[in-house]
Write a new protein. Structure first.
Length: 230
């Protein structure tokens, strides 16, 4: 196990062993072909030891293949166990910002996504969005609107964490709802309204229907509108 921890990443080792197994299998097939050819010509060789030599080579390669296959199986099992342990650790020790962002992301997507997780590849940690169906998507797999909701969730969660230790600072956004459908717009306005209980929220928009939606969703008394156009 120390070898697994101190050496290269498991996927790299597994890939290397898989390539080695393929090479050895090809070599075994060539030797078996030589054996068949040797047996066909054996009567003409007056009892020479070529066939026996080829057979011994084949047995040696077969033993080497078996050893590599055994090691590959162990590494694959270790990879599964390590990934399971890492996932369990992440769920138990999520940073407060990510945990809160997961809750907000679920609200902003109206339950379409249940939260955010971290994953790892050869480049390092990655952020993953989890659907209510269990499907997990990297950022590149999200629609523009959903990606905007994810970034907004992280931004609000970060501000809330800041507010635990600092004086309130205004939260300023500019037409963040243009890629949202009406249901997710309403959900976002409700989240911003909750945030306004802790700090000032300034929302700039060019669209009257957003103002109308805020009024109908939150109530006229919950917002103050100012028009910059005379």
């Amino acid at each position: 196990m120390n070898e697994l921890i101190n050496c290269r990443p498991l996927p790299s080792i597994i890939q290397e062993l898989s390539s080695e197994l393929k090479r050895l299998s090809d070599q075994r097939d060539r030797i078996l072909g030589d054996i068949r050819e040797s047996k066909a010509k054996f009567a003409h060789w007056n009892g020479s030891g070529i066939a026996a030599e080829k057979h011994a080579q084949c047995e040696s390669v077969a033993a080497e293949i078996a050893e590599h296959a055994k090691r590959l199986s162990v590494l694959r099992l270790a990879s599964v166990l390590l990934n399971t342990a890492m996932e369990s650790h992440r769920k138990k020790n999520q940073a407060p910002v990510l945990s809160r962002a997961s809750e907000l992301f679920c609200k902003l997507t109206c339950g379409g996504f249940v939260g955010l997780q971290t994953d790892f590849d050869d480049q390092g940690p990655l952020l993953v969005a989890e659907r209510s169906t269990g499907e997990r998507l990297h950022l590149a797999g999200l629609s523009e609107g959903t990606a905007d909701q994810l970034y907004l969730s992280l931004r609000i969660a970060s501000l809330e964490e800041w507010l635990k230790r600092h004086e309130p600072v205004p939260f300023i956004v500019d037409d963040i709802l243009i890629t949202f459908d009406d249901q997710r717009c309403a959900a976002t306005l409700e989240v911003l309204s909750e945030l306004s209980n802790r700090t000032q929220v300034l929302f700039f928009t060019h669209h009257q229907h957003i103002v109308d939606m805020a009024t109908s969703t939150l109530g006229a008394k919950a917002i103050a509108t100012h028009s910059l156009v005379s």
